[in-house]
Design a protein around this ligand. Structure first.
Ligand code: R5P
Length: 326
């Protein structure tokens, strides 16, 4: 496999940066293309060099990068790869960012703040991207930041199938860890047979980053097995606080399901000690050994990414992958 698949006159090429090679390999395997051999390294002053080892002229290129730490380096590498593809005459370029960088900075909370998620979209466009593909954007409306088609994928089917096999569905409630994600939690509740819904009233002190306070549960979780759903877990503060307040409100058990495992310290410690029976995430981001803990389950996202890439390449339907979820 050389990273290329040909269909009639069209050629699908999968290329990747260096952030999460295991994910790219898994996507390439699912697609049957492999990953295009690429040379990439850092100069002494940390500038990045990239060159594709084979021709990409006329191809339908998908540039996969997983925006883990050091995030700014991997953003720059992906931009450089898009630029190289454009200058090498790729016919169409799709940025595949399973975890969209700076997604949480999607609006101004205070005067003189940036809207960094919009800036990312502009950078991808300026570099030469024709399309974007991402999984579970922090806010779905951020699709509008990019001037072009955006394929917004949902990890929910992957997570729901697994959670269904782990929870007693006769006594279950879906819980959003803050008011902002109640619509997503509602979709989860529908997928779990129309079960009760609750949310945690969470507050943040904007002068202290990464500190979340769960005040109380809105809704009845007494005696129920709670499925606590979020788009991402960073330091684990939101989830740990939510589990505590759910237990204090009489929840029988809590299983956590989130798409993106950012897991910045002290997430592993907080999550392993928070009282959740299990924490389920996907591998949109690499999960290094020091981020792992006993109750952590990591589900593969590559099959979903590969199916979506295939639909885009074949001019098929990405929506059809989600059975009305989106
Ligand atoms: C917030 O709106 C997000 O959905 C996450 O709940 C939050 O960013 C997670 O951050 P942390 O794990 O650091 O509390």
């Amino acid at each position: 496999m050389s990273g290329i698949i040909t269909s009639g006159e069209k050629r699908l090429v999968l290329v990747t940066g260096r952030a999460h090679p295991e994910l790219a390999e898994a996507v390439g395997k699912e697609l049957g293309t492999g990953v295009l051999p690429t040379t990439a390294y850092d100069f002494a002053n940390s500038e990045i060099y990239v060159r594709f080892n084979e021709s990409v002229r006329g191809c339908d290129a998908f540039v996969l990068q997983s925006h883990t730490e050091p995030i700014n380096q991997w953003i720059m590498e992906q931009l450089i790869m898009v630029d190289a593809l454009k200058r090498a005459s790729a016919k169409r370029i799709t940025v595949v960012a399973p975890f969209y960088p700076y997604a949480r900075q999607d609006k101004k909370h205070l005067g003189r703040e940036p809207i960094s998620a919009r800036l990312m979209a502009d950078l991808f466009k300026t570099a030469g991207a024709d399309r974007l593909m991402a999984v579970d954007l922090h806010a779905a409306q951020a699709q509008g930041f990019f001037d072009g088609p955006v394929d917004h994928l949902w990890a929910m089917p992957v997570l729901v199938d697994y959670v269904k096999s782990r929870v007693d569905l006769s006594h279950v409630a879906v819980v959003s860890p803050d008011a902002g994600r109640i619509r997503v939690a509602e979709k989860w509740a529908n997928k779990l047979g129309g079960c009760p819904l609750a949310f945690v009233h969470k507050t943040r002190d904007t002068s202290r980053p990464n500190v979340a306070v769960a005040n109380r549960v809105v809704g009845d979780v007494e005696g129920l097995n709670c499925v606590l759903v979020d788009d991402l877990i960073d330091t684990g503060g939101t989830i740990a606080e939510a589990v505590k307040v759910l237990k204090d409100s009489g929840a029988k058990s809590v299983i956590v399901a989130a798409t993106h495992g950012v897991l910045s310290p002290p997430a592993a410690q907080r999550l392993s000690e928070c009282g959740a029976t299990e924490v389920v995430i996907t591998d949109t981001l690499p999960i290094k050994a020091e981020k792992r803990f006993d109750k952590l389950t990591i589900l593969p996202i590559a099959p979903l990414l590969a199916r979506a890439i295939r639909e885009v390449f074949d001019d098929g339907s990405v929506t059809s992958l989600f059975d009305g979820v989106a």
